[in-house]
Each structure stands twice: as C-alpha cells, then as structure tokens.
Design a protein around this ligand. Structure first.
Ligand SMILES: [Zn+2]
Length: 700
C-alpha cells in the first residue's frame, strides 16, 4: 500500500482531562534538546504517551476556551489565527505516537491506541462541534467581504468554516450527539480492522521442508525464506508469508502450482476466515455508520460527502472516469491472459490458468516478449544507489542537497537520516528513511512526518519528514537489491517527501492542503524520473562490478513498462469500483460481504482469473487508511502526473529547472493556496488531459 499520512494527523483535536500526571519527567512534554528539535526517541517510552496525550488535550482545550471565552466581538485575529495555531502539542504527541504505531506496532502501543482513540475522537468532536466556537467562526465568515483579508487569510477562513460544517457544526444538539457516537465507534472499528489484518498476516505461514518445492525460485528469495524460517524457529526450513516481498516472488517463480495456490490463498483470504480476526462484520458496521453520518450531514451517500471536497466533485464523475479506463483495460487483460494460456499450452500444462497462475505465467510472458527477467535488473538496483539516484534527481531539478546525519535520535537502528539543504546551503528539512520490513510494521510504504512546516510571527519551523517501506532486510551485510516495483515505490514516497520539504503557508490550515485526488501528483510524478534512461545511467550500477546498467537492459525496462498493464489497471480499477460501490450504498447494508463483492465485480465483467487489488476484508485503504470512497485518487492523480511529466519531456530537458521551479511553487509549496485546477494551470499553462495516461499504459 502506498499511503500518504503527512499532515493527516494535524487536525486531531482535544478534550478535557481529569488525570494529574508527572509532567516534568515526560520527554514528550519537554522542549526537545536535540539537533533540529527532533523527537528524543532514546528518552521516550510507552508509558509517556498516555499522560502526554491527556496533557496535550488539556492544553488544546484551554486554547479553544480562550477563544470562546473572549468577550470581544469575534475577528479574524482573535478567533481564526489562534484556532489555526492551537493544538500544536497534541499534534506533536500524535505524530510521534501514530508514526510509531505504524512502524513499530506491539501489544503495548496497540492497547494505548485502543484506549486513546475514543478520547481523541471525542476531543476532536468537542472542538469541531463546539457551538460557541462555530458561532464565532461563522460570524467572522459572514463578514468576510468587509474584512479586507489577503487571499490566504480568506482561504484559511473558508476552509475552517467548511470543516466545521462538514463535521456537523450546523446540526441540532441531538444529531450532534449521534454524530459523536458514530465517530467514536468508527475510530475503534477501523483500529480493530487494522489490528485483525496484522494478526492475520502474521498468522499465516507456509513452511517448506522439501528443497524440491523451491524449484524455480531465485537464490535470493530462497535465502530470504531460510532467514525468515530461522527467525520463526524453523531452522533448516523455508518460510513464506502473505507479505509482498515473500509471496510475490513465490508466485512469480515457484514451479509448484499447488503451493503457489496455497500461498496466494494465505494472502487473499486474510480477514475472511470466519475466525476471531475476521473483518466482515466490521465492514458491515463501518459502511452503515458512514452512510448514517453522510445522511446526517445531508448527503445521499458517504461517497458524495467525501468526493464533494475533491477535484472530482461527484461520485458519478469518478464512476465515469473509472469506466473510461476499465473498457480498454479489461480488453488488454484478456489479451494478456490469452497470450499466457498459449505459453501454458505449449508447455503441456493441460489446465486453464487460474488466479494463482497469473504471476507465474506473466513472468514467462515477460521473459518471452520483453526478455526482461527481474533477476537481471536486481543486481543494478542496490538500495543505496537508488536513494542516491533520487537525491540526484532532486538536486538537478531543485538544487537541493542531502547530507547524512548520524547524531539524530532514532526509533529503530534501521532508520537513517539526512539534512536537506537549499541550493544556497540553508536548512530546509530533516529526512528519515526506514526501509526494511519488520514484524511490527504495517504493510506497504508511506510518507509521513514528525513535524509539519509552521510559520509564526516569531519563527519559521521546518519539517521533519519520514518515509517508511517494507523492503527486504539485508542478510549477512549483503547489499539490498530491489525489484523494479520497489524502486519506483521509493521514488514515489520520495515525491511525497519533497512535497513535505517544500510546503509553505502562513496558516497551518492551508499549508500543504491539496485535495485527496491531487495528493498523489507530487509522488507519482517522481516515478516517471525513476525509469528515464538518463536517470538510470546515474544510479543503476551493478552492485558487484559497479558497471552502469547496459543500454539494452534500459531499453528492456522501457519496453516492459507496457507489460501486464491490462492486469494492473484492471485489478486497480476493480478495487476502486468496489470501494465506490461500498460507499454509494443508499440503504443500510445487512447482506453478505463476499456476495456484495462478487456482485460488484460481476457487474463490470471482471474475469475470474483476476481479483481486485484489495478484497474487502483486507482493503486497509478504505477501512482503516483514510481512503474510503477515495481509492480512485491514484489514477485520477496519474492523469495529472502523466500530463505534468509530459511538460518536462516536451521541453526537451527532463531536468528543466524553469519548469521545476514552477512545479515547486504552484504545486508543492503553494498547492493549498487556491483552487487546485487553477494552481495546476499556473504550472502547466493548460488543463490536464487523459491522453498521456492511456498512452503511457499502452491502453490506447
Ligand atoms: Zn502515495
């Protein structure tokens, strides 16, 4: 999963507390005496979180009370500005805690989260549904034409007003109470969903003790499986799990068809085993609660509530967009299937390809048609070289530099840190990179932050940005070699990080605030650079010989970018449509989750050899990841990123600094300053077109 958490926690808010705590010894509540005031992870222990949350909520509440108790008439200065600055301590504590919960989850942190989530949700609701506060905001909002506010102040005011209305500020007291109940319940349910999923992922183990069952697998995957087995107490055997670095290579290469099927089931039946970790009942409750919430706010469906705030504006626009991709994609996927079946027939397989066969025969098709074998590219894709390559691209585009730091406290020894500097050497940000898969880490890769950009009258506080991945762990100090997919994932997350480094704004409410369906533009555009021949020449060097990736191999990567695009577009669009179908329900759902999913897929004609990229029971994005009714945003943003990268290509210079400066200004730094389409046009000079995406994917 590629997800984007940067700034997502900054609107977490606070409530009363009734617990006195020892504040003087709690490092979360002290000034951070560390370089760049980074979190002192060496001093923070689990017991510090709860009292810090309680104290931070108390302080936040006092700040809000100071606004509502002010006897003077409400003004932008005495209401909106202090509101914008409130809750900084809570944001600090929440950023640290929730980032560690994702990267270093254990039972202790999980139980703190379970205890704090309802309190945080209630605290947030107590602010967003505070009638005195809303009255003041509304009063300022209604005089906005007379206030002579500058455009940024006006936009911040509009955003705050809109937030409150969307959170139920205009509801009657009875409905407000109902809404708070729903929010608290949803917070707990989604946490439970994620916890079940981690337990399910860790519970499934496929232990192999017969070496012949490994036939076909590259040595690196065999070694990794042996290491996994050893760590899990199966020394001398090989362990495969439903985590992507384990199951995907197995499905690609293992000749044993029955075991491929067994492992894939281990992956796609997560949360759907009718055991104590089953997610189906939670899904039912969550879609119903979200529908109820949307109805309370006057929206017919949850999707219409969510999408109203996006560039797409309505669920129908999203359906139309996805169907425009679906039609050519399913056609191409069927062609891919036919080509793979031919290979199987030729090899005398004597069966029709099924679900767990796709990766295996796709790999053969790739070799046959594109002659590109992942084991050929991997030796050129050493993790450190890729990191240096993306730093190089950022330097060529924006002039920024990265200096390794060894004096920053870390939450795990896997993590490394870099100081990011402007071309003139001034400090810009601190960057954490946490690459390797670990047992307590959530799946996927994401970008987040320990501190957001903040501008006050006194100072400008620069961000602490972090990228977390699940790449293979180094074994015996050997270099880590990535797949092409992992390589582009790192560039992707780095794109989010650049957005974090560059974000500016006089108000927290608008700094970095771009709609959800544009958030993936900064990240996805970086994936384009990863595969450019010029860029590959700079970083793709053989881990043993240091030789630059040969032209022929670079050409193969370029050719293979069209490979399997039917499948990849289909599994993605299927999941996006499944998401929309869940959240465009207009009546309470009491049916069977799997039957709903099946109907949803039958409706669009999904072929039985493909399942959606995420089935409902492990669809974290939409049940515990903030992408409910929003999984479509990656492709929506791909229209933007394909079109934006085209601008660089068409200029004849992929490092065109003039264009990069515009991209930095209008999209990355000031993306939240105005209507997103207007900002885009300021960068590009015209509205985006879908053509580049369809061409890039070989669908047109
Ligand atoms: Zn992303």
């Amino acid at each position: 999963m590629k997800k984007f958490l940067f700034g997502a926690l900054c609107i977490l808010l606070a409530n009363a507390c009734n617990q006195s705590t020892n504040m003087t010894n709690n490092p979360l509540l002290q000034e951070f005496n560390t370089p760049f005031q980074t979190p002192p992870f060496d001093l923070i222990t689990a017991e510090h979180y709860k009292p810090a949350f309680i104290e931070a909520m108390k302080q936040h509440r006092a700040q809000i009370d100071a606004i509502t108790n002010n006897p003077q008439a409400p003004t932008f200065e005495n209401c909106i500005v202090p509101l914008d600055r409130s809750g900084l301590l809570l944001e600090r504590v929440a950023n640290i805690f929730f980032n560690l919960l994702e990267a270093e989850r254990n039972d202790v942190l999980q139980s703190i989260a379970m205890e704090m989530m309802p309190l945080l949700s209630e605290h947030s609701d107590n602010i967003t549904m505070n009638p005195q506060l809303f009255d003041k905001i509304k009063a300022v909002y209604e005089q906005r034409e007379q206030l002579a506010l500058n455009p940024l102040a006006l936009r911040a005011l509009q955003k705050f007003y809109n937030d409150f209305v969307r959170n139920g500020a205009n509801l009657n007291p009875q409905d407000k109470a109902k809404m708070m109940e729903i929010n608290a319940e949803l917070a707990t349910l989604s946490l439970q969903f994620g916890d079940n999923l981690i337990k399910e992922t860790n519970a499934f183990q496929m232990v192999i003790d017969n070496v012949t069952d490994l036939a076909g697998l590259p040595q690196a995957n065999i070694t990794a499986a042996a290491e996994e087995a050893k760590a899990a107490g199966f020394e001398g055997k090989w362990l495969f799990t439903p985590k992507k670095p384990s199951w995907i290579p197995f499905l690609q290469y293992a000749q044993n068809r029955a075991l491929r099927d067994q492992l894939y089931k281990g992956y796609y039946l997560r949360g759907d085993r009718n055991n104590e970790n089953d997610n189906k009942a939670l899904i039912q409750k969550m879609v119903n609660l979200r529908l109820e919430k949307a109805n309370l706010l006057g929206y017919p469906t949850y999707a219409s509530y969510v999408i109203a705030n996006n560039m797409a504006a309505t669920p129908q626009n999203v359906y139309d967009f996805l169907h425009r991709l679906w039609t050519p994609a399913i056609k191409v996927a069927k062609q891919e299937l036919a080509a793979m079946q031919k290979i199987a027939d030729r090899e005398g397989a004597n069966f029709k390809l099924e679900l767990a066969d796709w990766w295996y025969y796709a790999e053969k098709l790739r070799k046959e048609k594109y002659d590109l074998d992942e084991s050929e590219t991997r030796p050129y894709l050493q993790l450190e070289h890729i990191r240096d390559g993306m730093f190089y691209v950022a330097n060529k585009l924006y002039g920024i530099t990265f200096e390794k730091r060894t004096d920053i406290p870390l939450y795990h020894s896997d993590v490394e840190t870099f100081e990011v500097k402007e071309a003139d050497g001034t400090h810009l940000a601190l960057f954490y990179l946490d690459y390797a898969v670990r047992p307590g880490k959530s799946a996927g890769a994401w970008c987040t932050g320990f501190r957001n950009y903040l501008k006050t009258e006194e100072a400008e506080i620069l961000p602490l940005v972090s990228v977390v991945c699940n790449f293979p762990r180094p074994i015996d100090n050997n270099p880590v070699l990535l797949s092409w997919d992992e390589t582009t994932t790192l560039f992707h997350e780095f794109g989010h990080a650049l957005h974090g480094f560059f974000t500016r704004g006089d108000y927290r409410r608008i700094a970095g605030d771009i709609p959800h369906d544009m958030v993936e533009l900064p990240s996805q555009i970086m994936e384009n650079w990863a595969g450019e021949p010029q860029v590959l020449k700079a970083y793709a060097k053989h881990y043993q010989t240091g030789a630059v990736m040969p032209d022929a191999l670079i050409q193969k990567i370029a050719n293979s970018s069209l490979f399997n695009q039917g499948f990849m577009t289909v599994e993605y669009v299927a999941a996006s449509l499944l998401d929309l179908d869940w959240y465009t329900l207009t009546d309470s759902f009491s049916g069977d989750v799997n039957a709903f999913e099946q109907t949803s897929m039958d409706k669009i004609g999904l072929i039985k050899e493909i399942i959606p990229r995420y089935r409902s029971t492990y669809f974290s994005h939409i049940f515990d990841g903030g992408y409910s009714a929003g999984y479509y945003v990656y492709r929506w943003a791909e229209v933007l990123d394909s079109d934006a990268f085209d601008a660089f290509k068409l200029s004849g210079d992929i490092y065109n600094q003039e264009l990069a400066a515009k991209f930095r200004k209008y999209i990355l730094a000031e993306g939240g300053y105005d209507d997103p389409m207007e900002q885009y046009k300021r960068f590009r000079g015209q509205a985006p077109s879908e053509e580049s995406l369809l061409k890039k994917r070989g669908l047109k």
